[in-house]
Design a protein around this ligand. Structure first.
Ligand SMILES: Nc1ncnc2c1ncn2[C@@H]1O[C@H](COP(=O)(O)OP(=O)(O)O)[C@@H](O)[C@H]1O
Ligand SMILES: [Mg+2]
Length: 297
């Protein structure tokens, strides 16, 4: 503090790295929070001008709030003499609060797409705009900031720290997050209140995956990206994990994308986005969703 009761002005002028994009990541608040200063993209969204040149008419006719707006995404892996075209022109929008399933066979490009959306990888071509911020132009530092503040990841293998309890595994994230829930709250959402002090080795695979979901949602991310979260689990256990994802999506309003090669899981989604050979082959809107407990495979 400078003068009593007034913040020290130097606190603001000496802030490191005041990148415009970084600041817009920082100011991008939870998707349903209308009180904060809007980021450039949010302002564009509210004014109906769109961030991509979309006409106001289109923005008005589609009242859903767009979280991701990807156009013409390509990804080429160079393997010696061979070029692998993992994505060959993907156009994709994800909307606030929805639960989508990205469905496709092995090798179709699902993980590549999810990693680009989540800022873990960069596309070879095309653009990804996240709430008005162009991730395709972001620096490494900005992408790190984006992931840290806005994205929760769940992978097929749970990546828990064996020497920490469930509560401590979640606390690792809540200690560095800005407005986290408590580990206890996060673990309650995945129905693990009674296993908080167990170590990973004392938990089943499905329980470990639910701890990893609690860890991913504890920072209250706007987006939850899940790559084959049930891939290592039997169907009964997988369904319990899907229940936890559904509860997180509904309780927190987190935009949720679940990758799977299992078409049955598509029935729990708002939309099923089918990927085939690096392109989106079909987008199916479920008029009625099924509860994970109604699914079997
Ligand atoms: N790091 C990489 N280096 C080279 N090729 C890769 C790499 N990652 C993925 N691929 C290739 O890109 C294609 C899409 O892979 P991926 O996105 O992992 O598919 P999916 O998740 O649908 O199984 C596959 O042909 C795969 O072999
Ligand atoms: Mg994959």
């Amino acid at each position: 503090m400078g003068l009593i009761g007034y913040p020290d002005p130097h606190r603001y002028s000496t802030r490191p790295f005041p990148y415009i994009q970084l600041q817009s990541f920082m100011s991008a608040s939870a998707p349903d929070d209308k009180s904060a200063t809007p980021s450039p993209g949010e302002a564009a969204y509210r004014s109906g001008s769109g961030v991509d040149g979309a006409s106001p008419a289109r923005a008005t006719s589609d009242s859903r709030k767009r979280v991701f707006h990807a156009r013409g995404l390509t990804k080429v892996y160079h393997m010696g003499e061979v070029d692998v075209h993992a994505l060959r022109g993907v156009d994709l929008d994800l909307f606030a609060g929805e639960l989508v399933v990205l469905l496709g066979p092995s090798g179709s490009g699902k993980s590549t797409l999810l990693n680009i959306l989540g800022g873990l990888d960069a596309a070879s071509g095309g653009t990804v705009v996240y709430r008005g911020v162009d991730l395709s132009q972001a620096t490494e530092r900005e992408l790190t900031e984006f992931r840290r503040r806005h994205v929760g990841f769940v992978f097929q293998f749970y990546n828990l720290i064996p020497s920490l309890t469930a509560r401590e595994n979640v606390a690792i994230v809540t200690e560095i997050a800005e407005a986290p829930m408590t580990p206890e709250e996060a673990l309650a959402i995945v129905d693990l209140e009674d296993r908080m002090d167990h170590f990973p080795a004392q938990l089943s695979g499905g329980q470990q995956q639910r701890v990893s979901i609690a860890r991913a949602i504890a920072k209250n991310p706007a987006v939850l990206l899940c790559d084959e979260p049930t891939g290592a689990l039997d169907s009964t256990t997988g369904i319990v994990v899907l229940e936890a994802l559904k509860r997180a999506n509904e309780t927190l309003g987190t935009t949720t994308a679940i990758i799977t090669h299992n078409a049955v899981i598509g029935d729990m989604a708002d939309r099923v986005i089918s990927i085939l050979d690096g392109v989106i082959a079909e987008v199916h809107v479920n008029e009625t969703k099924r509860d994970p407990s109604e699914l079997s495979w």
